[in-house]
Write a protein that binds this ligand. Sequence first.
Ligand SMILES: [Zn+2]
Length: 164
Amino acid sequence: MKAKELTADDFGPGQIANFWSKVVLRPNGCMEFTGSERVKGYGCVEMKGRTSRSHRRALAHRAAYAMTWGTCPSDMKLLHSCDNPSCVNPVHLTPGTQAENVADMMRKGRANMGSMKKLTSAQVKDIKARYQPRVVTATALASEFGVTQSCIREILNGRNWKNT
Ligand SMILES: [Zn+2]
């Protein structure tokens, strides 16, 4: 899928309603898109086709940004401040350059997922989704996933977890 400029006009009322009906609010404030269409781990949504040759799908987080703020230029990268690729919460999406995007990924330890890490990215996502203060505690999650409490805290704080 080629990146292209998105605007709010690229989506019809039915497509917008359909999109937000597939978004689930998580306790940590993330809004996860649960649609089944995926490209590289990111959700995809239908767009209005302007010509028969136009791309009819957009990445979900870019679509959410365009629907909310009116436009999402094709050369603008959106960083997930929450480090959750499924998240489409417009306030968690920060415009940045490609270089910033790479630096951000390195900092968060996602670019270099080797054998060092004990947890899969799915488990990390699960931990983030399930954590609730005083209900599902860091201690409980640590013993369930066989890692230290500080590891859980690092994950919840969005810091590098690959070496723990
Ligand atoms: Zn988020």
